[in-house]
Design a binder for this molecule. Structure first.
Ligand SMILES: [Zn+2]
Length: 372
């Protein structure tokens, strides 16, 4: 078993880990949650350095429980190679989003269909998982999908100015002081007096939160400047939206950030499009140069969910919604903005089961398999 640890979960369902190997031979994780027979299958796709844990949190009602309660009785979650439950973010292989789009997500979707009789699958995807999924669909590698719910970004990534600056500067600086190739998230594992511990002191500058992992998450991924009651707090979520138990165990939810992804994300942000990392690398020739190149025959319904206080992919989904409405009006796309929420609390917020999940599920219900 490649998975490093079991899920920290509270879900009233039969839970089974299904073996999954990507097409390039990398072992992944795939978990199935069932409450008896169901013709409604949905696959959950986490973000970079998080894991299936973000969908099954025991301290509050979670997404998997909400889906099962609503009649989506066949819920799957893939731990793709950027998962905190897998070892690849801290080894030296150097993956990027193209690997996820070409190898991981097609394998996961094919596995779900092998078990559900080949029916279309709905997908709920977050952040880098959503970017990769957009490329998988654009490359015609996803197979039939009932619909896609994307949080924070999709097809047209757009970063805040501070995040863009970080993506430009961080790898060059950190390559010298972090030859391991990743940003640690758990101070207890590196020690305050170590070379990597000094990075935590840097991350603490300007933060109004005292938690080292919380500080480092913002340092690695986003902007703490600016808006809302949480200015100076966290780039990824509104503190007031997190259950205290969630904030106390952030080190279980956010793993080390691999620097190998940064150049590709920087390229996408500068082009404001999901593009291949290296078009000269023939291994990825099944992917288009840009996911925007193949939209003429796109037939997957899309729901974009964006926290109004999103400080990572700022305005990314509004940009994408406008682009599709203007250039491809035949595509079924809906944008909903969730007030009071940021980037990650859309899923890990303690009241997300009240404020967010019902809106995702009602949209999925309208596109459910078997619906007249
Ligand atoms: Zn905090």
């Amino acid at each position: 078993m490649t998975l490093l640890r079991p899920l920290i979960a509270d879900v009233d369902a039969e839970l089974r880990e299904v073996p999954l190997v990507a097409d390039d031979g990398v072992a992944l994780g795939l978990t199935r949650f069932r409450r008896g027979p169901s013709d409604r299958s949905v696959l959950l796709v986490h973000g970079l350095t998080t894991s299936t844990d973000m969908f099954v949190m025991p301290e509050h009602d979670n997404l998997v429980e909400s889906l099962l309660d609503a009649g989506w009785g066949d819920v799957w979650s893939v731990d793709w190679r950027g998962s905190f439950r897998l070892p690849y973010n801290t080894d030296a292989r150097g993956f990027n989003v193209d690997d996820v789009a070409l190898y991981d997500l097609p394998a996961a979707l094919a596995a779900v269909r092998r078990h559900n009789g080949g029916r279309p699958v709905a997908v709920i995807a977050h952040c880098v998982g959503a970017l990769a999924l957009s490329m998988t669909i654009a490359a015609k590698l996803a197979g039939p999908l009932a619909g896609v719910v994307a949080n924070s970004t999709f097809l047209t990534p757009n970063l805040s100015e501070q995040s863009r600056l970080k993506l430009s500067l961080l790898p060059a600086v950190l390559d010298r002081i972090l030859p391991e190739g990743y940003i640690p998230m758990d101070l207890a594992q590196v020690g305050l007096l170590s070379r990597r511990g000094a990075l935590f002191a840097l991350a603490a500058a300007g933060s109004s939160c005292k938690d080292p992992t919380c500080q480092m998450i913002s340092f690695a991924w986003g902007s703490t400047l600016g808006v809302g009651a949480d200015a100076g707090g966290s780039a990824l979520y509104e503190h007031r939206n997190l259950h205290p138990a969630t904030h106390a165990r952030l080190r279980e939810l956010f793993g080390p950030a691999p620097l190998s992804f940064y150049p590709h994300l920087r390229k996408m942000a500068s082009e404001r499009a999901v593009v291949r990392c290296d078009v000269a690398d023939a291994r990825y020739d099944r992917l288009p140069r840009s996911a925007l190149d193949t939209l003429d025959d796109w037939d997957t319904p899309l729901l974009f969910v964006n926290g109004v206080l999103n400080r990572v992919w700022t305005g990314s989904l509004a940009l994408c919604h406008g682009y599709l409405a203007d250039r491809h009006p035949d595509i079924d796309v809906t944008l909903i903005e969730i007030p009071g929420y940021g980037h990650q609390d859309i899923f890990i917020g303690r009241a997300a089961a009240l404020d967010v999940f019902p809106r995702m599920i009602s949209w999925l219900d309208e596109r459910a398999p078997g619906r007249p």
